[in-house]
Design a protein around this ligand. Structure first.
Ligand SMILES: [Zn+2]
Length: 606
């Protein structure tokens, strides 16, 4: 996955869970709780023996071994709910099995067969062998020969899925981006869109020897399928195609049309792929013309104890802004310098920005609060104090403030979920040691909080830098507006969008139990609970905020129901994506195919 102007490694933060587990503390607490439980039993025995009847006074006595004595005294703390139960704080839908249950189980049986599996591994391996690398400096399609490899990739797709190509209508958008339309039997239903991207992050040539198996081998070693794109995002792309091809071979026709759209530059600017696809899709299906969109994104894991799986589809994405700060000042010989050079003034500005980070907020209406409620309600090993605060915070502002402080203290990465981040990533200035710098600049990368906006960020930067511009006697031009600051004797400062307008935080997908989100959640649960070897007490599906952006950032007009989810998680990826030794657990890839199959059946059945 990538960002609007790229450089993206957010996958590594966006979909990992904050490490708030404190195992040794949990063990101590469990021991303390056992002692408390023994005392309670003893008390029960004493009361029983003394003939007093009070059974109605302790309605929650049995709820949890996590209750400390203090909490029991408060009579508030409920402990973790078993995942099979339900809570209004994080409503859960039931497992959703496809209505075509015979077809679904036939396909599960097929997907378990070794012939099917080895063919599926070959299909993914072949796709990995075509290095569809994405570069930041690619000229538009037609002007840069490096795009031609996408033609080879598309030929491979056409040859590999003959049944699908005979049935679905294929449109090539901007030559290499692909849209497939699978006509449904009921024209009154809005289509569902499944997305993936053809491109991959380039392999750094100096790291090729560090790969256990060559990055474009697509080698299956009996457990893993190796190579760039095996996880991001060719297992999704090929997984979707395998699921559709398999459904067609079984004679299935969806009631609701199914659309597939594959971009070609998600890992860089996105302008050549999704940028063109968005226009085509809106022209073809209309504004709000799709029922829902599923793209890559959040996965699953067991962050709060092995018993409960949490799947976290991203239902919103942070915004984005790269702000440029340019300082110009008079040059001259450095033997007679002013007290502050342009570099010194820019440094003051950078220091001031870092001294004034954007304020974090935990809002009850926001996705981070909702996700916290899900973890606190169902996570067996969620930190007790935070769990209690999370419950109190539903109604108490004091507890809400304490919960925010607690979350930030528990994991530094939570500040990225709760606020706009800023990072000064680029700086340039000075050409000669005996010449005063005349023009220096820095670029600050921002990921904008769900509750904020591009304009808020610009106002914040201006608010912090205006006093400094005044102090140094600089004139100030802030995002196209002349602001009264200094006389200009000291020079000039310009604030601007570094590469183009920023991206607002995405609209938040509704996650009520009557919304399409429920179909996704029920499908995730159906996939897990029918996976061979499934041994959890339950699956919780929690909405999540994505810290990075996918191609969906261009698709907001198409539907309000956008989900970013890969049926992938702990143990499914060897190492990490965007680096050496990207490999997909073959079994996990089969589970992706199962998930896509059930998702198509569930969205088009109902
Ligand atoms: Zn990706």
């Amino acid at each position: 996955m990538g960002t609007p102007s790229d450089k993206l490694d957010v996958d590594s933060v966006a979909f990992r869970f904050p490490d708030t587990r404190k195992n040794s503390v949990a063990r101590q607490r469990r021991r303390a709780c056992l002692r408390a439980a023994a005392l309670v039993l003893l008390a029960l025995l004493v009361y029983y023996i003394s003939g007093l009847s009070w059974s109605g006074d302790l309605p929650e006595l049995q709820v949890s071994s996590y209750r400390s004595k203090t909490v029991i005294d408060r009579q508030l703390f409920k402990g973790p709910l078993p995942p099979a139960e339900n809570s209004t704080a994080c409503p859960q839908v039931d497992v959703l099995f496809p209505g075509h249950n015979e077809l679904d189980s036939d396909l599960d049986e097929l997907y378990a067969s070794s012939a099917f599996r080895s063919n599926a591994y070959d299909l993914l391996g072949g796709a990995i062998q075509i290095p569809t690398e994405s570069y930041d400096d690619l000229a538009p399609v037609g002007q840069d020969p490096r795009w031609e490899i996408f033609g080879t990739f598309n030929d491979y797709i056409e040859q590999s899925f003959p049944v699908l190509h005979a049935k679905l209508k294929l449109t090539k958008v901007n030559t290499y981006a692909l849209v497939y339309h699978w006509q449904g039997s009921n024209g009154s239903l809005l289509p569902v869109l499944l997305m993936a991207h053809e491109d991959v992050v380039p392999v750094e040539p100096t790291t090729i020897d560090d790969w256990i198996h060559p990055p474009y081998s697509g080698f299956y070693d009996g457990t893993w399928i190796w190579g760039r794109g095996s996880c991001d995002d060719k297992s999704s792309l090929i997984g979707i195609l395998v699921a559709v091809e398999s459904l067609i071979k079984k004679g299935f026709t969806p009631s609701r049309s199914v659309v597939l759209a594959f971009g070609i530059d998600e890992e860089s600017a996105g302008t050549q792929g999704a940028g063109h696809l968005a226009g085509y899709l809106e022209e073809t299906y209309g504004k709000d013309g799709l029922a829902m969109i599923l793209d890559e994104g959040g996965g699953y894991g067991t962050p709060y104890g092995d018993d409960v799986l949490f799947a976290t589809p991203a239902t919103s994405e942070k915004g984005y802004l790269d702000a440029r700060i340019e300082v110009s000042a008079s040059g001259g010989h450095s033997s007679v310098p002013p007290p502050h050079t342009a570099i010194g003034m820019l440094s003051s500005m950078i220091s001031a920005l870092e001294a004034h980070p954007h304020e974090t907020q935990l809002l009850r209406s926001g996705t981070p609060f909702l996700a916290t409620q899900c973890f606190a309600t169902y996570g067996p090993e969620y930190p007790e104090k935070l769990r209690w605060l999370a419950e109190e915070a539903r109604t108490s502002d004091v507890a809400l403030a304490k919960l925010k402080t607690g979350l930030l203290a528990a994991d530094r990465r939570n500040s990225a979920l709760l606020g706009t981040t800023q990072a000064v990533d680029l700086i340039q200035g000075g050409v000669k040691v005996n010449a005063l710098p005349e023009h220096v600049e820095a670029i600050v990368n921002h990921r904008i909080a769900e509750h904020s906006s591009v304009d808020d960020v610009k106002q914040h930067i201006l608010g912090v830098l205006l006093p400094i511009a005044t102090k140094f006697n600089l004139t100030l031009d802030a995002f196209g507006k002349n602001i009264s600051a200094g006389t200009g004797n000291g020079g000039h400062v310009v604030l601007s969008d570094a590469w183009g307008p920023g991206l607002e935080p995405s609209p938040v997908t509704p996650t009520g139990i009557a919304d399409p989100f429920a179909i996704l959640a029920g499908t995730i649960k159906a996939t897990f609970t029918t996976t061979e070897g499934y041994d959890k007490k339950g699956v919780i599906v929690s909405p999540m905020l994505s810290l990075g952006n996918t191609d969906t950032a261009r698709y907001w007009n198409l539907t309000k129901h956008i989900f970013r989810y890969d049926h992938s998680g702990e143990g499914a990826v060897y190492g990490d994506i965007h680096t050496i030794n990207e490999a997909r657990l073959a079994e996990a890839y089969i589970q992706q195919i199962r998930f896509y199959t059930k998702f198509i059946l569930n969205t088009t059945d109902k």
